[in-house]
Design a binder for this molecule. Structure first.
Ligand SMILES: C[C@H](N)C(=O)N[C@H](CCC(=O)O)C(=O)O
Ligand SMILES: [Mg+2]
Length: 362
């Protein structure tokens, strides 16, 4: 199965409500779709999200990286030579992890098609069903309480509450939400780098004193401050999860060796796809550290690939794959089933993506 062409397009999918974090506010998903075509008519689908404030990737940089670097290095190659393809993909250009993720996903799709097997089975086939949390955007406390109650009515048992804009107000936000939802709901919080290390320690210890019963705190401090994150990890009881601090295997190794965080959040847009994510997961296994699998604001093509990875691997114990359920509509035909918090991995060959509505080809 030989790669003959790589086509790119854009999709635009409005969100149900604006998505707000300490880093950005977004009203719609504007992602790049990749189609890798082969000499025998198979197509592999991938998706890249332009999360400039986290990955540095924009739609124009994604298009440029694929057109100028990645496509020329993999065109004409055979899917059979998968290891060689991965090596070419990752050495074609530095950085550009979202562009690499889209290509990696499309290549895994074709690899599954080549061997007539669903990707999650090739990767390990650990389980068929997973349960995601849902993000509660950072807003005024009343709005966040309302969004939390609405999420619980839809059956969500875990809320991922965005904080990090104002630590005093964050304590009120969390107190109001915990009061409103009771103690049977898991609450994890994500500061998206918004706090300074000492501020994070003070805030998290206050939240513990108030018995807010938080499952974990995600990325309390700025991504590059590994010492700061370790200081937080060593001085609070709430488990600390490294998100923006871990892109590569080297980043993960540093965090693991220093014990700077308790859990690692793996996202395909940070790692550059499944192949590199697997390496991080193996390291986490060695250090006996659990992983979350997360997503950026992504539609169902790339989140479906993350579902396959999550379904395949035992080391992934926490799921944050709510991208598709945050959207007003789903333009992707095929793939896993998203029924609010319940996700069932699909069994079709490859990733099972059949068609994507409304692609604007570039
Ligand atoms: C969508 C997911 N639940 C999430 O919250 N991801 C964010 C980053 C998303 C973005 O800004 O596109 C995270 O975990 O930091
Ligand atoms: Mg995060």
């Amino acid at each position: 199965m030989k790669i003959t062409d790589i086509k790119l397009g854009k999709i635009s999918v409005p969100l149900k409500v604006p998505f707000k974090t300490a880093l950005r506010t977004v009203k719609s998903i504007e992602d790049i779709i990749v189609e890798i075509h082969t000499d025998i008519g198979n197509i592999g689908y991938g998706e890249a999200a332009p999360t400039g404030v986290i990955t540095g990737d924009t739609n124009l940089s994604i298009i440029g990286a694929i057109k100028d670097h990645i496509a020329p290095s993999i065109k004409g190659c055979h899917i059979e030579n998968f290891e060689e393809l991965m090596s070419k993909l990752h050495s074609s250009v530095v950085g550009n992890t979202s562009a690499k993720a889209a290509i990696d996903i499309a290549l895994y799709d074709l690899y599954g098609q080549l061997y007539n097997t669903s990707v999650y089975k090739i990767l390990g086939g650990y389980r068929k069903n997973i349960t995601t949390d849902i993000t509660i955007s950072v807003n005024n406390p009343d709005e966040m309480v309302r969004d939390s109650i609405n999420a619980i009515k839809l059956g969500y048992k875990t809320l991922k509450v965005k904080v990090g804009k104002d630590s005093q107000m964050d304590i009120k936000r969390l107190s109001d939400i915990r009061n409103a939802v009771g103690n049977n709901i898991d609450i994890r919080i994500d500061a998206n780098q918004g706090w300074k290390p000492k501020e994070a320690i003070k805030t998290l210890n206050k939240m513990e004193d108030l018995e807010l019963n938080l499952e974990l705190v995600e990325q309390p401090v700025v991504a590059y401050d590994i010492e700061g994150m370790k200081l937080v990890t060593d001085n609070v009881n709430i488990p600390v999860l490294a998100d923006e601090s871990v892109f590569s295997e080297r980043d993960a190794l540093k965090i693991l060796q220093k014990r700077a965080a308790d859990i690692i959040n793996i996202k395909l847009m940070k790692t550059g796809g499944i192949n590199k994510a697997l390496k991080i997961m193996t390291m986490a296994e060695i250090y006996d550290v659990e992983c979350m699998i997360g997503c950026m604001l992504e539609a169902k093509v790339s989140v479906n690939a993350a579902v396959h990875l999550a379904a395949a691997k035992k080391i992934i114990t926490k799921i944050d794959l709510d991208g598709p359920v945050l959207c007003k509509a789903d333009p992707v035909i095929g793939g896993s089933t998203f029924n609010n918090s319940k996700i069932t991995v699909n069994k079709e060959i490859g990733f099972g993506i059949k068609y994507i509505e409304g692609i604007e080809y570039i």
